[in-house]
Design a protein around this ligand. Sequence first.
Ligand code: GCO
Ligand code: MN
Ligand code: MN
Length: 385
Amino acid sequence: MADSFKPRPEDKFTFGLWTVGNRGRDPFGEAVRPTISPVDIVALLAECGAWGVNFHDNDLVPIDATASERDKIVKDFRAALKKHGLVVPMATVNLFYDPVFRDGALTSNDCRVRAYALQKTMRAMDLGAEFGAKIFVMWGGREGTESDACRRPDDAIKRLREAINSLCEYSISQKYGYKFALEAKPNEPRGAIYFPTTGAYLGFIPTLDHPEMVGVNPEVAHEQMPGLNVLHSVAQAWEAGKLFHIDLNDQETGKYDQDFRFGSVNPKAAFFLVKFLEDVGYSGPRHFDAHAYRTEDYEGVKDFARGCMRTYLILKQKAKEWNANPEIKATLKEIASCNGGPKLPEKLTSAKLADIEFDRVHLAQKKLPYERLDQLTMDVLFGVR
Ligand code: GCO
Ligand code: MN
Ligand code: MN
């Protein structure tokens, strides 16, 4: 049994260099873990059983690196990937750390900052493409405000549209074949970030020049911070054909950006999310955008990484059990059934509908045994059924 929770390449589990490489610095305290090089991170992830690794440009190549330093880093990293059999399915760009981006990058009021951010993103795309990345995540960490006195939000939206249109053109011109995955977050590090939810990006994408190249990267924590149901956001993205990537982690509603191990706060929500991804056949990477508690050393970081993948696989097994459970199946059938009354025509046109008489009181009497269904779910999760 234990073996079935061992990660395999086909599970497509990935981590960012910034996740397992997180040194535990927070607004109140210094780093507690030493710096770990990208090459060592690849070894650590391989030891834990991950399939791939993702990076921001500057997780791999420091912002001030010379061309020759860059070449050496790229060479060493490529060798490490080869040695450990890891892939790079996704790349991204850091448009939030450097002071130049303190008032945003692609939406900044300063046209030179915007141009620099665009150029930095193009270079990050070059770097990702060198490692075969086909997904480019864009998270607008600093694209927001503390005071809306500083710019009109619709100007910010226009600027972001223009930037993404150019980046799509760049990917086409370089034949990179990227799909862009836009990642929403309501706040942190800004007081408020533009496009606070996955749904906001889904409304924006059809206004782009190349909407087919652009989808979303929902993150569990980012939807849970303001108390939204992440599964509903993911399902909307999936149904729109826009689920290009996913960031798995966990988070308590209303708290600071916690980035906890996947499934560690709300295992039931994590269960329904995993069940959804598996039921619909999502085939993209399962990326864990989380980090270990500040109390851990690098052995603890391994426990963290293994825990994310193990929980996913346990929940995947639970989803199978849930789907096969005869009582659950019978209950689902019961709740999906139509409740007697007039037979509805195959095609319900408005003309036909106008003539049907409904027994409203009878319809309202249908049994909806959701208490039983939910307890059956809990029984499956608790392992007693
Ligand atoms: C966060 C975000 C980031 C992004 C990453 C990729 O809350 O800090 O989730 O981790 O996912 O920058 O673009
Ligand atoms: Mn996050
Ligand atoms: Mn993220």
